[in-house]
Design a protein around this ligand. Structure first.
Ligand SMILES: C[S@@+](CC[C@H](N)C(=O)[O-])C[C@H]1O[C@@H](n2cnc3c(N)ncnc32)[C@H](O)[C@@H]1O
Length: 493
């Protein structure tokens, strides 16, 4: 089965990807010592965009961005363009085309005029499932269209982690028949994997020790996988993982340099985690070799790597302990922490939005208390003002950002053009679309919402009174707090 029909036949759900939000990529770049490309006015190209779930959400929250998506599957492109038309978005367009032969006509010409360079070029979930001609086409597109100070992202499945996963992949291919591609086939694979994993002994000795555990982990992952994922990663035969060093060689041959992984803490692994420093020594201080040693140690299965042009790479700091001066200045930090439970008076406990708990000395905790979420309060805090208010806590804040406990954004979306309690027009239309399965949040996540809550959100047009909201929904006040936290409406004050 070729790739055209495979993605039209078994579409891949298209979501916003929080870790690929330009505001987060720009912040990561700044933390690595690179002047970040613009965000609010960014030009963004998504290669292999599916039906555009990532770029459409960005277009809504950033009316001045210019976004273009390209994908081979014409059906997915049409589906995405229909959504764009329904939402009335004018700064995003999707185009059908084959990355092996360049950008399709029209991709460079949008309603905002001609632009042939992009500040961010993203390629998520494509490189490792396409033939060599498409891979080299992707590098050529980066050569032609990445702005001099731009950031390119290419994700790929990696060895050695996939060596372990290949057993489950082989099993899936062996067991998939007689079902034909689709939901029933994926279900058969999920069930078969769960059965074989349950039958595999946990206490084998020698070389097979760990085999049962590994199969159980695969069965667990498969049970949670999104529709389409098992087909495209396990069954289609397209998936070709790579070692980091192979990918790095391809990048260098095309004239690109490795910056870091998208998102913290992966972007600075030598600084965090117990394995960082010994592995860095094993790599004799070579930052690129370190990345490969890290994958061997961690059995990594996937990377979200960022690539830049040589002129940028020369300015970026790779050394283990160098933290650029002013690294946090100008960044915005999400005020999304919650208070946790500490067993001792000397420590204060916090919970991240992802549910990770951590503790810091009480004397230093003030800077983090400022980032604890409160109703009707700003969604972000300026790192500069926090550091001015708590100058003695700079090291703690740096550490929390490096470890990914506190997020870092450069130019997050602004709701200032809205009236209090108003949701943007495109989002109100999205809330009422029958075809929409989720609503994108300001944090660039996909959140499901009941029909009743969608209707309440759609009513938030900046004109409606508290009284009429109450008539629609008795629990409207708590729902408005939720809408505010998702960045769907501008807070009342
Ligand atoms: C695994 S999906 C990833 C989609 C999206 N980026 C995401 O992560 O949700 C791979 C995508 O690559 C597209 N694709 C495969 N070969 C392609 C080619 N030669 N040119 C353009 N797109 C291609 C497929 O149609 C599919 O939508």
């Amino acid at each position: 089965m070729d790739s055209i029909s495979s993605y039209d036949l078994v579409p891949y759900e298209s979501y916003p990807f929080a870790h690929l939000h330009p505001a987060r990529l720009a912040a990561t770049a700044q933390l690595r010592g690179m002047p970040p490309p613009p965000v609010h006015t960014a030009r963004v190209l998504d290669l292999g965009c599916g039906s555009g779930g990532h770029v459409i959400a960005l277009a809504g929250f950033y009316p001045q961005m210019k976004l273009v998506g390209v994908d081979l599957a014409a059906g997915q492109i049409e589906q995405g363009n229909a959504r764009i038309r329904e939402l009335g978005l004018r700064n995003v367009s999707l185009h059908a085309g084959n990355l092996a032969v360049g950008l399709p006509e029209g991709a460079l010409m949008s309603s905002q005029g001609f632009h042939h360079q992009f500040d961010y070029i993203l390629c998520q979930g494509v490189y490792y499932v396409v033939p060599e001609a498409v891979r080299s086409g992707i590098w050529k597109l980066l050569q032609m269209h990445l702005a001099p100070s731009g950031i390119a992202h290419i994700s790929f499945n990696t060895y050695p982690g996939w060596k372990l996963r290949e057993v489950a992949q082989d099993f899936a291919q062996f067991h998939a028949a007689p079902e034909s591609p689709g939901a029933a086939q994926e279900q058969r694979v999920r069930e078969g994997l769960a059965q074989i994993a349950a039958l595999s002994p946990l206490h084998a000795q020698g070389l097979t020790a760990g085999y049962g555990l590994s199969l159980r982990a695969e069965a667990q992952l498969a049970s949670q996988s999104l529709p389409g994922l098992l087909f495209h990663e396990f069954l289609s035969g397209d998936n070709q993982p790579l070692y980091f060093q192979q990918m790095n060689q391809a990048a260098q041959a095309a004239g690109f340099f490795y910056l870091c992984e998208a998102g913290l803490p992966d972007a600075w692994p030598a600084r965090v985690g117990v394995a960082g420093q010994p592995l860095y020594a094993l790599a004799a201080g070579n930052a690129l070799k370190f990345e490969q040693y890290l994958d061997f140690a961690m059995a990594r299965t996937y990377r979200n790597s960022l690539w830049v042009r040589p002129e940028v790479a020369n300015r970026v700091q790779n050394a283990l302990n160098t933290w650029p001066d002013q690294a946090l200045h100008g960044l915005q930090l999400p005020a999304d922490l919650s208070l946790g439970q500490s067993g001792t008076d000397a420590q204060a406990a916090f919970l991240t939005a992802q549910g990770t708990s951590f503790q810091v000395p009480v004397a230093q905790a003030g800077i983090l208390h400022a980032l604890v979420k409160k109703p009707s309060q700003t969604l972000w805090m300026s790192a500069t003002s926090l550091l001015d208010a708590f100058p003695d806590c700079a090291a703690l804040l740096h550490e929390c950002v490096l470890r990914g406990l506190v997020g870092a954004w450069h130019e997050p979306p602004s709701l200032s053009m809205l009236k209090p309690l108003e949701a943007p027009a495109w989002l109100r239309l999205e809330a009422l679309r029958q075809a929409s399965r989720y609503l994108p949040t300001i944090w660039h996540q996909a959140v499901g919402l009941s029909v009743q809550d969608r209707q309440l959100l759609a009513a938030c047009d900046g004109q409606i009174s508290a009284q009429s909201l109450m008539q629609r929904d008795a629990s409207w006040q708590s729902k408005l707090v939720l809408f505010e936290r998702q960045g769907w409406i501008r807070p009342a004050q």
